[in-house]
Ligand binder design. Structure first.
Ligand SMILES: *Cc1c(COP(=O)(O)O)cnc(C)c1O
Length: 394
């Protein structure tokens, strides 16, 4: 399976097209399957929702979704309603939850497409009920309690009113409440005191729902970090995202290796040119890097327009023929330079930006540390100009 981007090299027609790519993100679907199996084992009593929002964290929505289903994800989770509809158009027939609508969104299409809808505010329930009536179906909803994150969901103060509204709409047949759910503020700090507090608020909210005549079969609050480190938070369903892609949700939870996860994405490019520069020559904008001796530099045709952070200037790690180097000088829009010293390197040679790390190459986590961000952002930002290629699929 190869999704060729718009930007592959056309200069050497004798090579197979995949070898002519400027840059590519190779996704190991075998690693995705392995990670799902690992997460299912960690939360053995619960169902698993693979979170595939944001184009499967940059890995490609449809191939990842298909792999996740085969590996045993009975649910897929996405933020946007358009993402849920894209999954349906791609032929997915399983349970899908979508949770970040805006007023006037495509609720009617989603109800028609049998998408489960997260409800984080009263207006959503009103629009969903209206859509259900116009489509002539019952909408399945998951009511979200804000147990302390302070992001989406009803606060404890507003929860009672939402339950009344939901119970009334359920009796009228326009909705069915199948879930009550929430999200942690500090799941990546498994000992943080807010975790016990949020779990208590969650249990109380479920009790209030039952008292209001609502019986949610699916209680869910666990992201990757909680799936891997907080068994008391598993309930009926877990919602891991980042761990599906083999990346640790945070240092306090563990590393990919200690957690038994395999990073699925390798980002690589081919050197577009190689040349000698004399000692004392400035490199890239503002000459932030200056050669200390005569040397060979290589031009890597990937830049911040492809999602590499500009903050990686001077510090982003790469691997060329097994040697670790840093970005030399400024990261530009479409390109950056590496100082190759006197090594024998040719135009067209592969540069690994990040990978699984098992061949000495940097990982997305190494990029996150170098750029003072999180690996979520590194993989999710890899843009549409970079071709996705796949291996290890069934
Ligand atoms: C993104 C998201 C997840 C997955 O979080 P990870 O930290 O990537 O596991 C789970 N639930 C909700 C509501 C999310 O927005």
């Amino acid at each position: 399976m190869t999704d060729l981007g718009p930007d592959s090299f056309e200069s050497s027609p004798s090579l197979p097209r995949e070898q002519r790519l400027r840059a590519w993100a190779e996704v190991d679907l075998g690693a995705i399957s392995h990670n799902i199996a690992r997460l299912k084992e960690a939360a053995a009593g619960a169902q698993l929702m693979a979170v595939v929002k944001a184009d499967a964290y940059g890995h490609g929505l449809e191939p990842v979704a298909k792999t996740a289903r085969i590996a045993g994800a009975s649910w897929l989770g996405v933020a946007l309603l358009t993402e849920a509809l894209q999954l349906r158009r791609g032929g997915d027939t399983g349970r899908i939850l979508s949770w970040l609508p805006t007023p006037g969104d495509a609720f009617d299409e989603c109800v028609r497409a049998d998408i489960d809808l997260g409800v984080g505010a009263s207006w959503m329930l009103t629009e969903i009920a209206y859509a259900a009536a116009s489509v002539g179906r019952t909408a399945r909803v998951h009511l979200k309690i804000d147990t302390g994150l302070g992001r989406s969901g009803l606060t404890v103060a507003d929860w009672g009113d939402l339950l009344k509204q939901a119970a009334r709409l359920e009796r009228a047949g326009s909705i069915e409440v199948v879930g009550v759910w929430s999200h942690f503020a500090y799941a990546d700090s498994p000992d943080h005191p807010t975790i016990a507090d949020q779990l208590q608020v969650f249990e109380d909210a479920i009790e209030l729902a039952r008292a209001a005549g609502i019986d949610p079969q699916l209680r869910h609050i666990a992201n990757s970090a909680a799936t891997l480190s907080l068994p008391e938070a598993h309930f009926d369903l877990v919602r891991p995202g980042i761990a599906v892609y083999g990346i640790s949700p945070g240092e306090e939870v563990g590393t990919s290796q200690t957690l038994g996860l395999r990073p699925a994405m390798k980002l690589a490019a081919r050197l577009a040119l190689v040349k000698r520069l004399p000692a004392g020559h400035g490199v890239s904008y503002a000459h932030q890097y200056v050669t200390d001796q005569e040397t060979t530099v290589g031009l890597v045709p990937l830049g911040y327009a492809d999602g590499l952070p500009r903050r990686s200037s001077g510090v982003g790690p790469v691997s060329v023929r097994g040697a670790r180097l840093n970005v030399a000088g400024r990261m530009c829009m479409d390109q950056f330079v590496v100082d190759l010293g006197d090594s024998e390197v040719n135009e067209g040679d592969e540069v690994v930006i990040f990978g699984a790390g098992d061949k000495g190459e940097p990982t997305a986590q190494d990029w996150a540390l170098a750029c003072e961000t999180i690996a979520y952002e590194i993989v999710t930002c890899i843009g549409p100009r970079v071709a996705r290629t796949y291996r290890g699929g069934s």
